[in-house]
Design a binder for this molecule. Sequence first.
Ligand SMILES: Nc1ncnc2c1ncn2[C@@H]1O[C@H](COP(=O)(O)OP(=O)(O)O)[C@@H](O)[C@H]1O
Ligand SMILES: [Mg+2]
Length: 333
Amino acid sequence: MNNTDFYDLIYTVPLSELRERYPVAQDFFENLNIPPLDESQPLPDALMDVDAQWLDEFGITRQEIADQLASFLGTMTESEPARSIGCLTIIGGTDKNGAPEDITLDILPGSVVSIVGPTGSGKSRLLADIECLAQGDTPTARRVLIDGAAVPEDERFTLEGKLVAQLSQNMNFVMDLSVMEFLEMHARSRSIETDETVLRECFECANSLAGESFGSDTKVTQLSGGQSRALMIADCAFISQSPIVLIDEIENAGVDRRAAVAILAKREKIVLISTHDPLLALGADRRIVIKNGGIFRVIETSPREREAAAEFERIDRQLSDARAKLRSGERLE
Ligand SMILES: Nc1ncnc2c1ncn2[C@@H]1O[C@H](COP(=O)(O)OP(=O)(O)O)[C@@H](O)[C@H]1O
Ligand SMILES: [Mg+2]
Protein backbone atom coordinates (compact mmCIF):
# COMPACT_ATOMS: atom_id res chain seq x y z
CA MET A 1 0.00 0.00 0.00
CA ASN A 2 1.41 3.36 -0.95
CA ASN A 3 0.04 6.80 -0.23
CA THR A 4 -2.03 6.84 -3.41
CA ASP A 5 -3.76 3.60 -2.43
CA PHE A 6 -4.55 5.04 0.98
CA TYR A 7 -5.82 8.15 -0.71
CA ASP A 8 -8.25 6.08 -2.75
CA LEU A 9 -9.39 4.21 0.35
CA ILE A 10 -9.90 7.38 2.32
CA TYR A 11 -12.12 8.75 -0.42
CA THR A 12 -14.21 5.62 -0.93
CA VAL A 13 -14.48 3.66 2.31
CA PRO A 14 -16.71 4.74 5.23
CA LEU A 15 -14.70 6.09 8.14
CA SER A 16 -15.90 3.29 10.43
CA GLU A 17 -14.47 0.70 8.07
CA LEU A 18 -11.22 2.61 7.65
CA ARG A 19 -10.76 2.68 11.42
CA GLU A 20 -11.52 -0.99 11.65
CA ARG A 21 -8.96 -1.85 9.01
CA TYR A 22 -6.35 0.54 10.37
CA PRO A 23 -6.79 0.95 14.12
CA VAL A 24 -3.77 3.27 14.13
CA ALA A 25 -5.98 5.85 12.36
CA GLN A 26 -7.49 6.42 15.80
CA ASP A 27 -4.20 7.94 16.93
CA PHE A 28 -4.34 10.34 14.03
CA PHE A 29 -7.78 11.65 14.91
CA GLU A 30 -7.04 11.87 18.61
CA ASN A 31 -3.93 13.82 17.87
CA LEU A 32 -5.77 16.16 15.57
CA ASN A 33 -8.39 16.65 18.27
CA ILE A 34 -11.07 16.70 15.63
CA PRO A 35 -14.78 17.01 16.57
CA PRO A 36 -16.79 13.74 16.33
CA LEU A 37 -17.47 12.76 12.72
CA ASP A 38 -20.25 10.86 10.97
CA GLU A 39 -18.53 7.49 10.65
CA SER A 40 -20.88 6.10 8.02
CA GLN A 41 -19.34 8.30 5.34
CA PRO A 42 -15.85 8.47 3.84
CA LEU A 43 -13.64 11.02 5.57
CA PRO A 44 -13.89 13.83 2.98
CA ASP A 45 -17.71 13.69 3.11
CA ALA A 46 -17.77 13.48 6.89
CA LEU A 47 -15.48 16.48 7.04
CA MET A 48 -18.09 18.57 5.22
CA ASP A 49 -19.98 18.73 8.53
CA VAL A 50 -16.98 20.13 10.37
CA ASP A 51 -17.25 23.75 11.28
CA ALA A 52 -15.29 26.08 9.01
CA GLN A 53 -14.27 27.97 12.13
CA TRP A 54 -12.65 24.88 13.62
CA LEU A 55 -10.64 24.42 10.44
CA ASP A 56 -9.65 28.08 10.46
CA GLU A 57 -8.48 27.86 14.02
CA PHE A 58 -6.36 24.86 13.21
CA GLY A 59 -5.09 26.43 10.01
CA ILE A 60 -5.86 23.27 8.07
CA THR A 61 -8.10 22.53 5.09
CA ARG A 62 -10.29 19.47 4.60
CA GLN A 63 -8.07 18.42 1.72
CA GLU A 64 -4.99 18.65 3.94
CA ILE A 65 -6.55 16.42 6.58
CA ALA A 66 -7.15 13.73 3.97
CA ASP A 67 -3.62 14.20 2.57
CA GLN A 68 -2.05 13.90 5.97
CA LEU A 69 -4.04 10.85 6.93
CA ALA A 70 -2.91 9.12 3.71
CA SER A 71 0.69 10.00 4.45
CA PHE A 72 0.32 8.95 8.08
CA LEU A 73 -1.17 5.56 7.21
CA GLY A 74 1.51 5.09 4.55
CA THR A 75 4.25 5.55 7.12
CA MET A 76 2.62 3.71 9.99
CA THR A 77 1.69 0.60 8.09
CA GLU A 78 4.74 0.60 5.86
CA SER A 79 6.34 -2.49 7.16
CA GLU A 80 3.97 -4.64 9.03
CA PRO A 81 5.39 -7.83 10.45
CA ALA A 82 6.93 -9.58 7.50
CA ARG A 83 8.24 -13.08 7.21
CA SER A 84 11.96 -13.24 7.69
CA ILE A 85 13.90 -14.17 4.60
CA GLY A 86 17.00 -16.26 4.15
CA CYS A 87 18.28 -15.00 0.83
CA LEU A 88 17.70 -12.28 -1.74
CA THR A 89 18.73 -13.16 -5.27
CA ILE A 90 19.21 -10.75 -8.15
CA ILE A 91 19.19 -12.39 -11.57
CA GLY A 92 20.79 -10.21 -14.21
CA GLY A 93 18.85 -8.69 -17.07
CA THR A 94 20.26 -6.30 -19.63
CA ASP A 95 22.15 -3.00 -19.61
CA LYS A 96 21.01 0.13 -21.45
CA ASN A 97 22.18 -1.29 -24.79
CA GLY A 98 20.41 -4.57 -24.23
CA ALA A 99 23.63 -6.48 -23.53
CA PRO A 100 23.08 -9.27 -20.98
CA GLU A 101 24.40 -8.81 -17.43
CA ASP A 102 24.98 -12.50 -17.09
CA ILE A 103 25.03 -12.65 -13.32
CA THR A 104 23.23 -14.23 -10.38
CA LEU A 105 23.86 -12.57 -7.07
CA ASP A 106 22.81 -13.96 -3.67
CA ILE A 107 22.67 -11.63 -0.68
CA LEU A 108 22.21 -12.98 2.84
CA PRO A 109 20.84 -11.31 6.00
CA GLY A 110 23.42 -9.31 7.93
CA SER A 111 25.39 -8.43 4.84
CA VAL A 112 25.91 -5.04 3.31
CA VAL A 113 26.25 -4.44 -0.40
CA SER A 114 27.17 -1.02 -1.75
CA ILE A 115 26.31 0.14 -5.24
CA VAL A 116 28.75 2.40 -7.02
CA GLY A 117 28.92 3.98 -10.47
CA PRO A 118 28.66 7.36 -12.19
CA THR A 119 25.54 9.50 -11.92
CA GLY A 120 22.95 8.25 -14.39
CA SER A 121 24.52 4.79 -14.60
CA GLY A 122 21.56 3.00 -13.00
CA LYS A 123 22.16 2.72 -9.25
CA SER A 124 18.70 3.92 -8.26
CA ARG A 125 17.22 1.67 -10.94
CA LEU A 126 18.77 -1.38 -9.31
CA LEU A 127 17.33 -0.37 -5.93
CA ALA A 128 13.94 0.18 -7.57
CA ASP A 129 14.10 -3.31 -9.11
CA ILE A 130 14.60 -4.77 -5.65
CA GLU A 131 11.90 -2.62 -4.12
CA CYS A 132 9.26 -3.78 -6.59
CA LEU A 133 10.54 -7.37 -6.57
CA ALA A 134 11.03 -7.14 -10.34
CA GLN A 135 10.03 -10.12 -12.45
CA GLY A 136 11.52 -9.17 -15.80
CA ASP A 137 8.97 -6.40 -16.14
CA THR A 138 11.18 -3.34 -15.54
CA PRO A 139 13.47 -1.60 -18.08
CA THR A 140 16.38 -3.80 -16.94
CA ALA A 141 14.47 -7.10 -17.27
CA ARG A 142 16.07 -8.19 -13.98
CA ARG A 143 14.41 -10.70 -11.73
CA VAL A 144 14.45 -10.72 -7.97
CA LEU A 145 13.95 -13.92 -6.00
CA ILE A 146 13.15 -14.38 -2.34
CA ASP A 147 14.50 -17.59 -0.84
CA GLY A 148 15.22 -18.90 -4.30
CA ALA A 149 11.73 -18.42 -5.71
CA ALA A 150 9.90 -15.75 -7.63
CA VAL A 151 7.25 -14.04 -5.57
CA PRO A 152 3.83 -15.06 -6.96
CA GLU A 153 2.07 -12.18 -8.72
CA ASP A 154 -0.81 -12.05 -6.24
CA GLU A 155 1.57 -11.80 -3.28
CA ARG A 156 3.96 -9.41 -4.91
CA PHE A 157 2.17 -6.16 -4.28
CA THR A 158 1.15 -6.99 -0.74
CA LEU A 159 4.68 -8.10 0.10
CA GLU A 160 6.31 -5.11 -1.52
CA GLY A 161 5.92 -2.67 1.35
CA LYS A 162 6.55 -5.35 3.95
CA LEU A 163 9.84 -6.79 2.82
CA VAL A 164 11.54 -3.59 1.85
CA ALA A 165 12.11 -0.33 3.67
CA GLN A 166 13.29 2.63 1.62
CA LEU A 167 15.27 5.04 3.69
CA SER A 168 14.95 7.94 1.31
CA GLN A 169 11.46 8.46 2.66
CA ASN A 170 10.98 10.84 5.51
CA MET A 171 8.21 11.79 7.83
CA ASN A 172 6.25 14.30 5.86
CA PHE A 173 3.12 14.23 7.93
CA VAL A 174 2.62 17.05 10.31
CA MET A 175 1.54 15.92 13.72
CA ASP A 176 2.00 17.28 17.14
CA LEU A 177 3.91 14.25 18.39
CA SER A 178 7.05 13.95 20.44
CA VAL A 179 9.80 11.60 19.32
CA MET A 180 8.86 9.07 22.00
CA GLU A 181 5.15 9.27 21.18
CA PHE A 182 6.00 8.67 17.55
CA LEU A 183 8.03 5.56 18.40
CA GLU A 184 5.32 4.23 20.73
CA MET A 185 2.67 4.76 18.10
CA HIS A 186 4.83 3.12 15.48
CA ALA A 187 5.53 0.09 17.66
CA ARG A 188 1.84 -0.26 18.43
CA SER A 189 0.88 -0.02 14.76
CA ARG A 190 3.22 -2.89 14.05
CA SER A 191 1.77 -4.92 16.88
CA ILE A 192 5.08 -5.14 18.68
CA GLU A 193 4.90 -5.17 22.42
CA THR A 194 5.56 -1.64 23.48
CA ASP A 195 8.59 -2.64 25.43
CA GLU A 196 9.99 0.40 27.19
CA THR A 197 13.60 -0.73 26.82
CA VAL A 198 13.33 -1.33 23.07
CA LEU A 199 11.91 2.15 22.60
CA ARG A 200 14.66 3.66 24.73
CA GLU A 201 17.34 1.75 22.84
CA CYS A 202 15.83 2.93 19.61
CA PHE A 203 15.77 6.52 20.79
CA GLU A 204 19.37 6.36 21.97
CA CYS A 205 20.45 4.80 18.70
CA ALA A 206 18.78 7.63 16.77
CA ASN A 207 20.56 10.14 18.93
CA SER A 208 23.94 8.54 18.47
CA LEU A 209 23.44 8.63 14.70
CA ALA A 210 22.32 12.24 14.51
CA GLY A 211 24.94 14.95 14.37
CA GLU A 212 23.07 17.20 16.78
CA SER A 213 21.33 15.54 19.71
CA PHE A 214 17.63 15.81 20.50
CA GLY A 215 15.35 14.88 23.39
CA SER A 216 12.67 12.20 23.56
CA ASP A 217 10.17 15.00 24.13
CA THR A 218 11.28 16.95 21.05
CA LYS A 219 8.44 17.28 18.53
CA VAL A 220 9.06 15.28 15.37
CA THR A 221 8.14 18.38 13.37
CA GLN A 222 11.06 20.20 14.95
CA LEU A 223 13.71 17.66 13.99
CA SER A 224 16.27 18.69 11.40
CA GLY A 225 16.61 16.67 8.21
CA GLY A 226 19.53 14.75 9.69
CA GLN A 227 17.75 14.09 12.96
CA SER A 228 14.58 12.79 11.37
CA ARG A 229 16.67 10.62 9.06
CA ALA A 230 18.50 9.24 12.09
CA LEU A 231 15.17 8.53 13.75
CA MET A 232 13.93 6.65 10.69
CA ILE A 233 17.11 4.56 10.55
CA ALA A 234 16.88 3.66 14.23
CA ASP A 235 13.19 2.93 13.81
CA CYS A 236 14.08 0.66 10.93
CA ALA A 237 16.63 -1.21 13.04
CA PHE A 238 14.57 -1.60 16.21
CA ILE A 239 10.89 -1.41 15.34
CA SER A 240 10.28 -2.00 11.65
CA GLN A 241 10.30 -5.61 10.64
CA SER A 242 11.32 -5.27 7.02
CA PRO A 243 14.22 -7.61 6.37
CA ILE A 244 15.56 -5.61 3.43
CA VAL A 245 16.71 -2.01 3.71
CA LEU A 246 17.51 0.12 0.68
CA ILE A 247 19.37 3.38 1.06
CA ASP A 248 19.75 5.69 -1.90
CA GLU A 249 22.62 8.15 -1.59
CA ILE A 250 22.25 9.81 1.76
CA GLU A 251 25.31 12.00 1.57
CA ASN A 252 25.70 14.97 3.90
CA ALA A 253 22.45 14.20 5.64
CA GLY A 254 23.73 15.00 9.13
CA VAL A 255 23.73 11.31 9.98
CA ASP A 256 26.61 9.02 10.86
CA ARG A 257 25.96 6.85 7.83
CA ARG A 258 28.68 4.32 8.52
CA ALA A 259 27.41 3.66 12.03
CA ALA A 260 23.87 3.47 10.65
CA VAL A 261 24.79 0.80 8.11
CA ALA A 262 26.68 -1.19 10.75
CA ILE A 263 23.68 -1.11 13.09
CA LEU A 264 21.29 -2.29 10.38
CA ALA A 265 23.62 -5.13 9.44
CA LYS A 266 23.92 -6.18 13.07
CA ARG A 267 20.14 -6.47 13.22
CA GLU A 268 20.40 -9.10 10.46
CA LYS A 269 18.99 -6.92 7.71
CA ILE A 270 19.97 -7.17 4.08
CA VAL A 271 21.33 -3.71 3.38
CA LEU A 272 21.90 -2.22 -0.06
CA ILE A 273 23.25 1.29 -0.26
CA SER A 274 24.03 3.34 -3.33
CA THR A 275 26.81 5.78 -2.64
CA HIS A 276 29.60 7.99 -3.96
CA ASP A 277 31.36 7.91 -0.58
CA PRO A 278 34.48 5.69 -0.68
CA LEU A 279 34.17 4.97 3.03
CA LEU A 280 30.64 3.69 2.70
CA ALA A 281 31.53 1.77 -0.45
CA LEU A 282 34.46 0.05 1.28
CA GLY A 283 32.53 -0.46 4.50
CA ALA A 284 30.32 -2.96 2.65
CA ASP A 285 31.16 -6.64 2.28
CA ARG A 286 30.80 -6.32 -1.48
CA ARG A 287 30.21 -3.58 -3.98
CA ILE A 288 28.23 -3.75 -7.16
CA VAL A 289 29.75 -1.63 -9.91
CA ILE A 290 27.12 -0.29 -12.30
CA LYS A 291 28.07 0.76 -15.79
CA ASN A 292 25.69 1.86 -18.52
CA GLY A 293 22.69 0.47 -16.65
CA GLY A 294 24.19 -2.96 -16.11
CA ILE A 295 25.93 -4.78 -13.27
CA PHE A 296 29.48 -4.57 -14.57
CA ARG A 297 31.23 -6.22 -11.65
CA VAL A 298 30.72 -7.43 -8.12
CA ILE A 299 33.83 -6.88 -6.01
CA GLU A 300 34.45 -8.32 -2.59
CA THR A 301 36.13 -5.85 -0.24
CA SER A 302 39.67 -7.17 0.25
CA PRO A 303 41.63 -7.06 3.55
CA ARG A 304 43.95 -4.51 1.96
CA GLU A 305 40.96 -2.32 1.06
CA ARG A 306 39.66 -2.60 4.61
CA GLU A 307 43.00 -1.34 5.89
CA ALA A 308 42.85 1.54 3.45
CA ALA A 309 39.31 2.32 4.60
CA ALA A 310 40.46 2.47 8.22
CA GLU A 311 43.19 4.89 7.19
CA PHE A 312 40.67 7.03 5.25
CA GLU A 313 38.51 7.07 8.31
CA ARG A 314 41.32 8.53 10.41
CA ILE A 315 41.87 11.22 7.79
CA ASP A 316 38.14 11.87 7.65
CA ARG A 317 38.02 12.35 11.42
CA GLN A 318 41.00 14.72 11.30
CA LEU A 319 39.26 16.73 8.62
CA SER A 320 36.03 17.05 10.56
CA ASP A 321 37.95 17.99 13.74
CA ALA A 322 39.72 20.71 11.77
CA ARG A 323 36.40 21.86 10.32
CA ALA A 324 34.86 22.12 13.78
CA LYS A 325 37.85 24.00 15.18
CA LEU A 326 37.99 26.49 12.31
CA ARG A 327 34.29 27.05 12.61
CA SER A 328 34.53 27.98 16.27
CA GLY A 329 37.44 30.35 15.72
CA GLU A 330 40.25 28.17 17.03
CA ARG A 331 43.71 27.76 15.58
CA LEU A 332 44.96 24.40 14.28
CA GLU A 333 47.94 23.99 16.55
N1 LIG B 1 19.49 -1.61 -17.57
C1 LIG B 1 18.77 -0.51 -17.91
N2 LIG B 1 18.01 -0.49 -19.02
C2 LIG B 1 17.31 0.60 -19.37
N3 LIG B 1 17.29 1.76 -18.67
C3 LIG B 1 18.03 1.81 -17.57
C4 LIG B 1 18.81 0.70 -17.12
N4 LIG B 1 19.44 1.05 -15.96
C5 LIG B 1 19.08 2.33 -15.71
N5 LIG B 1 18.23 2.80 -16.66
C6 LIG B 1 17.66 4.14 -16.72
O1 LIG B 1 18.70 5.10 -16.71
C7 LIG B 1 18.31 6.26 -16.02
C8 LIG B 1 19.32 6.64 -14.94
O2 LIG B 1 19.37 5.62 -13.97
P1 LIG B 1 19.44 5.91 -12.40
O3 LIG B 1 19.19 4.62 -11.72
O4 LIG B 1 18.58 7.04 -12.01
O5 LIG B 1 20.99 6.34 -12.25
P2 LIG B 1 21.82 6.70 -10.92
O6 LIG B 1 20.96 6.43 -9.73
O7 LIG B 1 23.03 5.86 -10.98
O8 LIG B 1 22.16 8.15 -11.05
C9 LIG B 1 16.95 5.98 -15.45
O9 LIG B 1 15.97 6.55 -16.28
C10 LIG B 1 16.87 4.46 -15.47
O10 LIG B 1 15.53 4.00 -15.56
MG1 LIG C 1 20.28 7.79 -8.24
